[in-house]
Design a protein around this ligand. Structure first.
Ligand code: SF4
Ligand code: FES
Length: 248
């Protein structure tokens, strides 16, 4: 496949950026999208030009670092991570637009790399437990009802990629924050911080400049791990419950 790429190039956080057009040739449909970008970068390096900066680490859909907007969609045309997107999803001769996550709370560092440390600060505000864990406990030492275990696991699959924020017209981080709150709040080990967790994490989310939720559902549609929109409703119920109990 021969492709035309239009890529956002921005040399630093305080520089202005622009879309720059590149040609890539002999792309195999079996390559991942990142491998296709590797080919472009090798070519740019050989020509003495700056390679395109993009985040990546595991390249197997678990670390969440490979975020970019492809043809206007977070992670591109398939509901997966960019590293798990394959070139067979495109056609020979296609023109592909590649941009960084667009959200006020995710400022661009360089090219396609954005600063997602706001997510770290939300997790630091409450994404932990204080129960002593010690060595690995016996499997059934702390009984957890099956529905609660399933709900905790579903929410724990969030990889912190930020696609939900990038897809949301409000730049809201409520799907991410709800996943991080819910996966601990439903477990027995998460109960000591149940109220402070939701209050502190939601407060930090707001302070970081993420927008509010207006139920468009774009976040869940873009989430590569299938975190459901219902997670936000669960978080909202947890928030109201905690706010009612909080000392005035
Ligand atoms: S909720 Fe989904 S889209 Fe949002 S950060 Fe987690 S895995 Fe990514
Ligand atoms: S590089 Fe880790 S999820 Fe894509």
């Amino acid at each position: 496949m021969n492709l035309t790429l239009r890529i956002w190039r921005q040399s630093g956080p305080d520089e202005s950026g622009e879309m720059v057009t590149y040609q890539v040739t002999d792309v195999s449909p079996d390559m991942s999208f990142l491998e296709m970008l590797d080919i472009l970068n090798e070519d740019l390096i050989l020509r003495g030009e700056q390679p395109v900066a993009f985040d990546h680490d595991c390249r197997e859909g678990i670390c969440g670092s490979c975020g970019m907007v492809i043809n206007g969609s977070a992670h591109g045309p398939v509901q997966t991570t960019t590293c798990q997107l394959h070139m067979r999803s495109f056609n020979d001769g296609d023109v592909i637009d590649i941009e960084p996550w667009r959200a006020a709370a995710f400022p661009v560092i360089k090219d396609l790399v954005v600063d997602r440390s706001a997510f770290d600060r939300i997790i630091q505000a409450g994404g932990y437990i204080s129960a002593p864990t010690g060595t690995a406990p016996d499997a059934h030492a702390v009984p957890v009802p099956k529905p609660d275990a399933d709900l905790a696991f579903e929410n724990a699959t969030c990889i912190g990629c930020g696609a939900c924020v990038a897809a949301c017209p409000n730049g809201s981080a409520m799907l991410f924050t709800s996943a991080k709150i819910n996966h601990l709040n439903v477990l027995p080990q998460g109960q000591p911080e149940r109220e402070s967790r939701v209050l502190d994490m939601v407060t930090t989310m707001d302070a970081e400049g993420f927008g509010g939720c207006t139920n468009t559902g774009e976040c869940a549609a873009a989430c590569p791990k299938g975190i459901p929109l219902a997670s936000i409703a669960t978080m909202n119920r947890e928030f109201l419950r905690a706010a009612r109990k909080a000392p005035r």
